[in-house]
Design a protein around this ligand. Structure first.
Ligand SMILES: C[S@@+](CC[C@H](N)C(=O)[O-])C[C@H]1O[C@@H](n2cnc3c(N)ncnc32)[C@H](O)[C@@H]1O
Length: 261
């Protein structure tokens, strides 16, 4: 297996995203959904688990998790996290891309999770339809959280600083070069409608939730720390409006719940 560009950021990922104010808020929105959908005793497949923050949360709940990620360094950080938490025996960790999981796995799961844009790193969103179609049991739910296509905060912030190309960088029909540490990766930005469409032949779309509609992306975390009261108010409004049509698609991320027929 060739090294992943995410290896280089694995050791700093929690500090620069998971443990920031924005990262904590965004994850809490998705965690609320996970706690409703995944129950103790279920076996859930996690694709692109990164440093294992959600893996730990599910394992604590009593869910059995098969967690995969193409970055061996991310898997190693997740391994350490789960060992420290005494949860290693509830989780199987595997180094694999989503495409490899799709080709290799024969098992059908009680749930599927992919959080915070792991599936934006695919060549095509069609693979998401194949994953949910092949790997979920009938009735099982897939929770897929993707980087949004129309991030209102990003558009307004970059327009305000006259960086027009940056403002609209996600709204492209093909993949976009995105810097990752000293490297760059190809990222696709399908809309929530695109994801519902590619999953349509096997799954019903239950709900889309905007993740951080009124809260800026994590690269603007310093702004949130500078104006904590404003952002506390924004957070409490955000949780009330993040399922409304149109608004739910304007966040840094959106989270789709899909049920296998
Ligand atoms: C932004 S991180 C999200 C990690 C984790 N899900 C979380 O909630 O923090 C994106 C992850 O996607 C993984 N990834 C990149 N390409 C992938 C692919 N083709 N299939 C599955 N995961 C991939 C990366 O290694 C990285 O760990």
């Amino acid at each position: 297996m060739s090294p992943s560009p995410f290896d280089a950021v694995a050791d700093t990922y929690d500090r620069t995203f998971t443990d920031t104010t924005v990262g904590r808020y965004q994850r809490a929105v998705v965690t609320d959904i996970l706690l409703k959908r995944f129950l103790p005793g279920m076996h859930v497949l996690e694709v692109g688990c990164g440093t294992g923050a959600d893996t730990e949360c599910l394992a604590r709940l009593g869910v059995k998790v098969t967690a995969t990620d193409p970055s061996s360094r991310m898997i190693s950080v997740a391994h350490d996290r789960l060992s420290r938490a005494g949860l290693r025996d509830r989780v199987q960790l595997t180094v694999a891309t989503a495409e490899e999981v799709l080709d290799d796995e024969g098992h059908q799961y009680d749930g599927l999770l992919s959080n915070f844009g792991a599936l934006n790193c695919l060549e095509s969103s069609e693979i998401i339809g194949k994953l949910t179609g092949k790997l979920l049991k009938p009735g099982a739910v897939g929770v897929v959280c993707m980087l949004g296509r129309w991030c209102a905060w990003e558009i307004v912030f970059h327009l305000g600083t006259l960086r027009f190309r940056e403002a609209f960088r996600r709204i492209k029909s093909d993949s976009v070069d995105v810097a990752l540490g000293a490297l760059s990766i190809q990222v696709i930005y399908p809309s929530s409608h695109d994801i519902a469409r590619v999953c349509k032949s096997s799954c019903n779309h239950i709900q889309t939730t905007g993740v951080g509609v009124l809260i800026p992306p994590s690269y603007l975390n310093s702004l949130v720390e500078r104006f904590p009261t404003i952002f506390r108010i924004a957070q409490s409004v955000d949780t009330k409006i993040n399922r409304l049509p149109v608004l739910r698609n304007l966040g840094d991320h959106y989270c789709l719940e899909l049920q296998r027929r």
